[in-house]
Design a protein around this ligand. Structure first.
Ligand SMILES: *Cc1c(COP(=O)(O)O)cnc(C)c1O
Length: 333
């Protein structure tokens, strides 16, 4: 039954929720092909602590505090939104944060990397090869280092995507269900950018748990369809194992592959142009790494008739604004 009580674990209030669900009239006329385009403004979960990662961090930080951790170690690209959000969550809660970043330590301190440093996170940069081949070893090394100093460091995986983090978008899906009812939407496609899989895993599980009248689609910005089918299944399995009392639901995972382009964080001129056009039309700013690419994928899928027969499409704006600035040269301004 919809709204059946689900036993959420404790969370720390970090995100400004509920976020608005907005109808994009002009974008619908421009790209909707007869559909109504809506946007769920999860870029507005906060100011510096903004975007989708905040919803996951509400549960991850509560887990850390409740289990006696005083430090968070996490990882990502040099311009990781997740690392920046973790740095700010840590600063807000008095937890130490250590970021293991993939790339050169000469990277300019701009965008998210600047914010990491302002929020007092310790940053270690590793060459791509070492990072890819030895990420687990780096986590163990630093956890042992903190233990020797009398601290307890929690290893938070890429993007905060695991069985704890998925609660963020299980709750986000419940919130979206209320938004849909309030807007009188009784059937919709929900589309989000997928990078480490946790947002999609949470939304997909949440849609099943809360029996939302939606189909959830992830548009991957790295890796491929097979990778994310497996990753969402793994996050869901981790969730069931950590919380044995949760209802048994099978996530209906759907990935729209084909929009990665030249690679992670590499956007085409068309994606930059689309970001600029949406910004002019609606005053909504997307980023070139995640949301801009996913929105370009959404526009292409609408044109190809993917969502035929359903009036409403909801795009989840997962944030990423600080990723605009290090790539400002991609815009024709
Ligand atoms: C991390 C991120 C995503 C992808 O979310 P995952 O849960 O990692 O798949 C999408 N958009 C933005 C802006 C992000 O920072």
């Amino acid at each position: 039954m919809p709204g059946a009580k689900l036993a959420y674990p404790r969370k720390v209030d970090l995100a400004r929720t509920p976020t608005p669900l907005q109808l994009l009239d002009r974008a619908s006329a421009r790209w909707g092909g007869g559909h109504r385009l809506w946007i769920k403004r999860d870029d507005l979960t906060g100011c510096a602590l903004s975007g989708n990662k905040v919803r996951k961090l509400e549960y991850i930080t509560a887990h850390a505090i409740d289990n006696g951790y005083d430090t968070l170690i996490t990882c990502g690209g040099i311009q990781s939104n997740h690392c920046r959000a973790t740095a700010f969550a840590g600063a807000q809660l008095g937890l130490g944060v250590h970021l293991l970043l993939r790339g050169s330590s000469d990277a300019p301190a701009e965008g998210n990397l600047l914010l990491d440093q302002l929020a007092g996170a310790r940053v270690s940069c590793y060459p791509v090869r070492e990072y890819v081949e030895n990420l687990d070893g780096l986590f163990s090394h630093w956890q042992a280092h903190y233990a020797e100093q009398g601290h307890r460091a929690l290893a938070v995986p890429t993007g905060g995507s695991d069985g704890i983090g998925v609660w963020g978008y299980i709750a986000g899906a419940e919130e979206l269900g209320r938004d849909l009812r309030a807007a009188g939407i009784d059937l919709a496609h929900v589309v989000c950018a997928t990078g480490s899989g946790g947002t999609q895993a949470g939304l997909t599980l949440g849609a099943a748990l809360h029996q939302l009248p939606v189909t959830v689609w992830g548009i991957n910005v790295c890796d491929d369809e097979r990778y994310f089918l497996d990753k969402v299944a793994a996050d869901a399995a981790d969730w069931r194992q950590r919380y044995p009392g949760v209802p048994r639901v099978e996530p209906d995972t759907r990935v729209l592959d084909g929009y990665v382009g030249a690679g992670y964080a590499k956007a085409s001129p068309e994606v930059f142009a689309l970001i600029a056009e949406l910004c002019r039309l609606e005053g909504v700013l997307l980023d070139p790494v995640y949301t801009g690419k996913a929105f370009a994928g959404l526009v292409a899928e609408i044109a190809a008739g993917r969502f035929e027969g359903c009036r409403d499409i909801v795009f989840i704006h997962t944030g990423g604004i600080f990723g605009v600035f290090p790539q400002s040269s991609g815009f024709n301004c």
